[in-house]
Design a protein around this ligand. Sequence first.
Ligand SMILES: [Zn+2]
Ligand SMILES: [Zn+2]
Length: 408
Amino acid sequence: VEQKAELLCQLYGYKRIDTPLFEEAELFARSVGEETEVVQKQMYTFEDRGGAQMTLRPEGTAPVCRAYVEHGMHTLPQPVKLYYIAPIFRYERPQAGRYREHRQFGFEAIGESDPLLDVEVITMAWQFCEMLGIQGLSLKLNSIGCRRCRPAYVEALKGYYSRYTDAICPNCKTRLVRNPLRLLDCKEPPCRNIAESAPKSVDYLCEECRAHFGHLKSYLDLMELSFELDYHLVRGLDYYTRTVFEIQTREEGAQNALGGGGRYDYLVEELGGNPTPAVGFAAGLERIISCVRRQDIPVPPPSEPKVYIAYLGERAKREATELVTSLRKAGIPTIQAVGDRSLKAQMRQANSLGTTYGVIIGEKEVEGGTVMLRDMSRGEQREIALAELVSLLRKKEENCGKEGGIVI
Ligand SMILES: [Zn+2]
Ligand SMILES: [Zn+2]
C-alpha cells in the first residue's frame, strides 16, 4: 500500500515530508479545534522535562502547515505539494482496522484557492483507491462554507436543533452548544432522523463559496468522476472550509469510509502564516489494508532474496564472505549461511527462504576457482567459474520477470 502511495505521489508531483512524532499540544488545540472530539478526548498529551505540553501527532495536516510556516515555504512556487506516511495516535475505542496507534497516508496542496486543485486532490485520492484494486467506490461531497457565510448557517442549525433538545442523544446536547456542525454526522438513530430535515450548508453559501462549489462540480463532471452530494458530511476537524469529501466503499450493504479530506483555507494563517488557501486528503493505512483483505484483492508477494550462499569449511567460508559482498554491491539480493552447518541444513534453509539460486562453495571449488550454482526450484546444478558468477546472476536478475531464460 505504501509503494502505491509513493507511486501516486510521483505521478502528481507531491514530495515527501516527515514531521516530528510529537508537537506542542497548542498546535492541535488551535488547528483541530478546542471543542472537537480529537482534542477533547483523543489526544495523548504529556508534559516534557521542561514543563511544556506535548502531544503525539493525532493528525497530519496541522504539523505540515506548521512546517510550511516555520520553514518559509510561501517563498517556493505555489501550491506546495507535500505528502506523508506517518504514525498517528488517538485514544479511541479500538475496533477492526482502527488502532490507537495507526498509520496515515496524506497529501496536502498548499497555496492556491482554485477549485481545480480540490479536483486534483479528489482525483488523486480516488486513483489511489483504484490503484489498490478496491471495488464499490463512491465519492461523497459537500461544501461547508467560509468564515463569512458559515456563522449564519450555524445559527440556522442551532435554531433547528433547539426544537429537538429532548430527542437528541446526550453527546449531541453537548455538540449543540460547543460544536453544532457535528450534530449532522451523529450515528444515533434518533439523531439521524432529525438530521434528515436539518438545514443544509449548501443553501447558506456566500457568492464566492457557491461559485467555488459550482466550478468544483463542473470540473468533476469534466473528469467524469461521479459524486454524490452528502449534506451531512462535515468531517471531524474544525479547520475545514468549503469543500469536504470522503471516499467510501460499499460492502455487504454497509458504507465504509476509506479516507477523506477537504479545504482548509485559514489554517496556515491561524498558525502564524500569511493567508494561504489549501486542500488535502488523508487515509488510515490499516483501514485500507483491512478493506483490501475483505475484498480478497491479490497482493504481490514481498520480494524474496535471490541468492543463498552455502559453504563447507573455513577456506570456503572466507571466499563465500567475499563473494556475498560483491553480489550485494552488484545489487543482487543475497543471503549468506552462517554457523558452519551441514550442506543439507544450509540447502534446507535456502529452500525455506524461497531463494532462487543456491551457490555452494567447498574445498574443491576453492582450489579450482569455481562455485556450484544451483537452481533451487529445479534442483539442477552446474559448476561455473567464480569470476563469471556476478555477471551471470546480474543478467538473470535483469531478465527476471520475463518468462524463461533462466537455465542452469
Ligand atoms: Zn462563504
Ligand atoms: Zn446524537
